[in-house]
Design a protein around this ligand. Structure first.
Ligand code: AMP
Ligand code: GLY
Length: 422
């Protein structure tokens, strides 16, 4: 079958790498893709939110299955667009419809959903401009640090964690007055939870589900988890504290109630559920739902999925996931993200990337790259993910770091301390 992957990051390159290994795949396309995906399949110059051009391409290229990588087109209703169009109804789309995508598209919706279904999460209240005073009263009942979250999508920047009450009250007002545009017209105020975070991934058809390997990602730019939040500086799988008992709690207290909740509320859902979790004294709490795979977690965990991934995607798209098997590689995998100097602040693009051909023993996934005049150049903040296997995380990290040192571009940066906390 012909498959189209929507997106352009390291996640999409890693998904494509895994999908390409399936005997079921004939042609593989990416929209818009990057320099790396262009070597794996065909890049189509179409933005992820340009539904009419995606439609044209899907019909022209005879696509059978479309996998949507990022959250934005899902929240915008790409799946609904396809299933409402008689010409497109036969295409298998992996990714939830608009209603289900609200689990990521609205933090207020997600918190309400968790409350209705008894899923462990931080205490919260949601306020708008009209109820600012209630928000201030709620803040007074909380202890520092204070957690403020823009309700809508804010490209990973909409969460503020603030130490002083006065500053939190000021920030709340600023957010409600449009600091993150429409996304912060509502703000979720949350209790601060203290613990180590992890990412757990589920593929589902809305009834059945399979749990993919879990991972720990490193969001801060600076070593020792300091500095600004990024899209993710690296990932490690498995997560040592996620033993059978802890994973059992996640399945029983979070995954099953989530899927049953979707069913009870008649929310059709297929694709991925990415649980952003925190381990509070041995118990998992949901920090956030995402309705897609994680980036850079995908660049680590695709290496651990042994089963035919296209078979699982078909299972999700056709409601036959219970019939499918998932087999996981026991080895550890890691990914180290190489980023542009200055990221997540401002940075320059267009730097020539050299040395990828010297990499040995790791798998290179491109994130923000493009081809220009026959050369691969930087085209974003996160540039290259270097993924490796190992008998343990130390061995996998050593391999990735050895290869990171072979790849070069002006002002490259990466975290040298991945795994320090595990
Ligand atoms: P989110 O976008 O909701 O994942 O939040 C971004 C980051 O903020 C998370 O990865 C956590 O590190 C942190 N965070 C969010 N909510 C909380 C919370 N209730 N308690 C502690 N940390 C949080
Ligand atoms: N790695 C976190 C995310 O994809 O949102």
């Amino acid at each position: 079958m012909n498959i189209l992957i929507v997106g352009s990051g390291g996640r999409e390159h890693a998904l494509g790498w895994k999908i390409k290994q399936s005997k079921k795949v004939n042609q593989l396309f990416f929209a818009p893709g990057n320099a790396g995906t262009g070597e794996l399949g065909t890049n189509l110059e179409i933005g992820v939110s340009d539904f009419s051009s995606l439609k044209k391409a899907v019909l022209e290229k005879n696509i059978h299955l479309m996998l949507v990588g990022p959250e934005v087109p899902l929240v915008e209703g790409i799946h609904d667009y396809f299933s409402n169009d008689p010409e497109l109804q036969h295409i298998k789309v992996v990714g939830p419809k608009k209603h289900g995508a609200m689990l990521e598209g609205s933090k207020d919706f997600a918190k309400d959903f968790m409350l209705r279904h008894g899923i462990p999460t931080a205490k919260y209240t949601t306020v708008s401009k009209e109820t600012l005073a209630d928000g201030i009263s709620f803040l007074k009942t909380m202890k520092a640090p204070y957690v403020l979250k823009a309700d809508g999508l804010a490209a990973g920047k909409g969460v503020l964690i603030i130490d002083s009450f006065e500053e939190a009250a000021r920030s709340l007002e600023k957010m409600l007055n449009g600091q993150f545009g429409e996304a912060s017209s509502k703000v979720v105020i949350e209790e601060f939870l203290s613990g180590v975070e992890l990412s757990v991934f589920v593929i589902t058809d809305g009834k059945g589900y399979k749990i993919l390997p879990e991972a720990k990602d490193y969001k801060r730019i600076g070593e020792g988890d300091t500095g600004l939040n990024t899209g993710g500086m690296g990932a490690i799988s498995p997560v040592p504290f996620a033993d059978a008992e802890f994973m059992g709690k996640i399945e029983n207290q979070i995954i099953i109630p989530t899927i049953e909740g979707l069913q009870k509320e008649n929310i059709e859902y297929n694709g991925f559920i990415f649980l952003g979790l925190i381990n509070v004294g041995g118990n998992p709490y949901v920090i956030e739902y995402n309705v897609r795979m994680g980036d850079p977690e995908t660049e680590a965990i695709m290496l651990r999925v042994k089963s035919d991934f296209v078979d699982l995607l078909e299972g999700a798209a056709t409601g036959t996931l219970v019939e499918k098997n998932i087999e996981i590689d026991e080895r550890a995998t890691v990914t180290v993200m190489m980023v542009s100097g200055g990221y997540p602040g401002s940075y320059e693009k267009g730097k020539v990337i050299t040395g990828i051909e010297n990499v040995a023993g790791s798998i290179v996934f491109h994130a923000g790259t493009k081809t220009k005049d026959g050369q691969v150049v930087t085209n974003g903040g996160r540039i290259i993910a270097v993924s490796s296997y190992g008998e343990n995380k130390e061995e996998a990290l050593a391999t990735s770091y050895a290869n990171v040192n072979k790849i070069d571009f002006e002002n490259k940066n990466f975290r040298k301390d991945l795994g320090f906390d595990l």
